[in-house]
Write a protein that binds this ligand. Structure first.
Ligand SMILES: C[S@@+](CC[C@H](N)C(=O)[O-])C[C@H]1O[C@@H](n2cnc3c(N)ncnc32)[C@H](O)[C@@H]1O
Length: 446
């Protein structure tokens, strides 16, 4: 088991500075960074650390790293690289020469905040024993970081290269010939998730690695600095965005140690599982009702403010305005806004509940911030138009709401397509309302 790699070791070493390898290492470094604590050193174990690209990066960042590998040659390369580092960085690293199959004999159990195992599982005919070793080393609250060949998209590379018999086989057969000349094994994400759950590791998030550059020649060199940066940024974005990440050559999984029930021992604990899914459904329903409630409460408050100032309802005030021919009857407005409440609030709910792993967190927070801004701006229209009779100011408010809702729809699209579609009715309605408000202002403001 696990001996497959040594036949390709020299090819691996020769390819380390090439485009494909740099993309792989850099992407993993960037994706990992989000899970490491800045300023607080972590205890890291790198199983199959090889030449130690990640070991060096982590030690330089102040983490204490143990590297385990069965290759004396690659550990020698890492030692040579360490010799060029400062004494402080060298002091952070401990190297262990040994077989990953014997991990439990080589390192203490549950002793690491992060256990990396990158590009190793594919050399194991049976992934289970290695995963058991990796899981046993993760401290409570810690996580495992696994980089595996993506079995769900194994036909992509041969398909894009026009190697049709290989592509056809790759839909069903998880073994493949890799670029270092070794027959290796891919993992499907669902299988890996299950194997991890059985070991009390719950998948927090997963990324794709090498979406656009997987068909580059094995010896493709690096482009210029600027192009490389742009390429890496695109790869990084694709690696955390659906559907791109799903067809990446490699899958990078972050799985955290949790209590057995959360890790998903569904078969053992059906009651708990059922209870937690009921709780999840209740939380989701509560969040949806909350979004509808916030929208409705803001509307009710602004209607009350508009009426209070004028001493009568908005409908009679509207009927007294001189109106353009395209103005709808007053009864249309409460109806339209009730429908818009449902669509716009449901849109925000979809953004809120989108899984972390499906979207970069900043897009979700940004979309919800735009949605919140729209609630505030929307509340301004009625008091301005009906309470104070400042019709041009109200028109500006409507125009601003339309612009903010448009921006919201664009940001929401990065998170969830349906959420963006559900924002369209309010975008359209507020554009219409702006035109209507301007026409009423033109006729009624002396
Ligand atoms: C493809 S390299 C990946 C190296 C490093 N993790 C990286 O991502 O750059 C695979 C590494 O796994 C190591 N390896 C393969 N089988 C192993 C085993 N049974 N025990 C320990 N290390 C093993 C190899 O020696 C090699 O360093």
């Amino acid at each position: 088991m696990g001996k497959g790699f040594s036949a390709g070791e020299e090819s691996w070493r020769a390819g380390l500075g090439t485009l494909r390898q740099v993309v792989r290492q850099e992407l993993v470094t960037r994706q990992l960074a989000a899970h490491l604590t800045a300023g607080r050193p972590m205890r890291v174990l790198d199983v199959g650390c090889g030449q130690g690209t990640q070991v060096l990066a982590l030690a330089r960042a102040g983490h204490r790293v143990t590297g385990v590998d069965s290759s004396a040659t690659l550990l020698g390369d890492l030692e040579a690289a360490l010799a060029a580092e400062t004494a402080e960085v060298r002091g952070q690293v401990r190297l262990v020469h040994g077989e990953a199959e014997r991990l439990a004999d080589l390192v203490p159990a549950q002793d690491f905040d992060a256990v990396l195992c990158h590009g190793v599982l594919m050399y194991f005919a049976d992934p289970a024993p290695l995963l058991t070793g990796v899981a046993a080393a993760v401290a409570p609250g810690g996580f495992a970081s696994l980089l595996v060949r993506n079995g769900d998209a194994l036909a992509m590379r041969p398909g894009l290269l026009g190697h049709w018999p290989t592509a056809q086989r790759a839909f069903d057969d998880m073994s493949y010939g890799n670029r270092i000349g070794v027959t290796a094994r891919a993992d499907r994400l669902a299988d890996l998730t299950r194997l991890l759950a059985e070991r009390e590791l719950s998948v927090d998030v997963w990324y794709g690695v090498r979406v656009f550059t997987d068909t580059a020649a094995s010896d493709a060199p690096l482009p210029g600095e600027e192009e490389l940066r742009a390429l890496l940024d695109c790869e990084e974005r694709a690696g955390s965005t659906d559907p791109y990440r799903g067809v990446a050559a490699l899958v990078h999984v972050i799985a955290r140690r949790v209590l057995p029930v959360i890790a998903g021992r569904a078969a053992d604990m059906p009651d708990n599982d059922e209870r937690s899914s009921r709780r999840r459904r209740l939380r989701q329903a509560g969040a949806w009702a909350g979004a509808v409630g916030v929208y409705a409460a803001a509307q009710a408050l602004s209607a009350w403010a508009g009426q209070r100032e004028a001493g009568r309802g908005t409908r009679p005030q509207y009927s007294q305005f001189e109106r353009p021919a395209f103005a709808p009857p007053g009864a249309v407005f409460p109806l339209a806004w009730s429908v818009l409440n449902l669509t716009t609030a449901s849109s925000a709910w979809l953004v809120w509940r989108a899984p972390d792993s499906a979207t970069p967190a900043p897009s979700r927070a940004e979309a919800l911030a735009w949605w919140g801004a729209a609630v505030a701006i929307r509340s301004g229209y009625v008091p301005l138009a009906f309470g104070r009779r400042r019709l041009w100011a109200a028109t500006a408010d409507a125009a601003l709401l339309s612009a903010v809702m448009t921006r919201y729809a664009f940001v929401a699209r990065r998170v969830d397509q349906t959420a963006a579609v559900l924002a369209v009715p309010e975008v359209a309605w507020t554009a219409f309302a702006t035109a209507l408000s301007a026409a009423i202002a033109a006729k009624n403001v002396p």
